[in-house]
Design a protein around this ligand. Structure first.
Ligand code: FE
Length: 239
């Protein structure tokens, strides 16, 4: 039998042990859960940022991903192009087109008067893809504004190369009544529709007096010691 003081001491010891065990259990579990939850709530944000930035990179290089070899990518022209590109404007053919022009990249002939022009550029689809073997058929007036309707002076056709590039050597055409300086041409992708249009020159006073003049068909021109360097890219329908 325990006497009264011993029973009180035993009860106090039992209460102390019970309190100590319960407090340790409650303090441990919630903290561990909170810490492990933090990284989980951060990770989805990082993943969504990656998801936003990665497609932008992929969009800028679909051609590179689809090209079969790096060699093709290295030789492809760097063309500044925002998709989809608008089609090049069509303009009237006029009365002086003549079928059957010779295939040639230079319309220059010995003794020809006029300021030399080298015009170059690319034929492209609306997706900025080069059109290989596109036909370009040029015709124009000479430096005094005359067309050769009996022969093929200042008339010629050519085809774009594998990168859709063309280059024409010619002269700046002269004025004739009612018309500003212009070069006529037809452009056609293989098996595509024929686009008939005209090119114009910047800074020509008579541009604004010409009812056919289209500022979207202005070539960019650079003066060089060897003549004028012109540039224009055509956007055509290609099947
Ligand atoms: Fe004309």
């Amino acid at each position: 039998m325990l006497n009264r003081p011993m029973r009180q001491a035993a009860a106090l010891l039992a209460l102390f042990l019970l309190t100590a065990c319960t407090g340790q259990t409650n303090a441990g579990q919630p903290q561990a859960t909170t810490v492990s939850a933090m990284p989980t709530s951060v990770q989805p944000q990082s993943s969504s940022l990656l998801a936003q930035t990665q497609p932008a990179v992929m969009e800028s290089s679909p051609a590179a991903r689809s090209l079969p070899t790096p060699t093709t990518q290295e030789t492809a022209p760097a063309i500044a192009c925002t998709r989809p590109m608008p089609f090049t404007d069509a303009l009237t053919e006029g009365p002086y087109f003549k079928a059957g022009s010779p295939e040639r990249a230079s319309l220059l002939e010995p003794g020809m008067n006029g300021q030399k022009l080298v015009l170059s550029g690319h034929v492209l689809t609306q997706d900025c893809q080069p059109v290989a073997h596109a036909l370009l058929d040029f015709w124009q007036a000479d430096a005094s504004g005359q067309y050769d309707n009996s022969g093929y002076t200042l008339r010629g056709h050519q085809y774009t190369d594998a990168q859709g590039h063309y280059q024409l050597e010619t002269i700046i055409p002269g004025l004739y009544p009612g018309r500003t300086e212009h070069i006529h041409l037809k452009v056609q992708a293989p098996n595509g529709p024929i686009l008939t249009t005209q090119l114009f020159f910047p800074g020509v006073t008579s541009n604004d007096q010409d009812s056919i003049y289209d500022p979207k068909m202005l070539i960019t021109v650079q003066d060089t010691q060897d003549g004028e360097l012109g540039a224009f890219n055509f956007v055509v329908s290609a099947p």
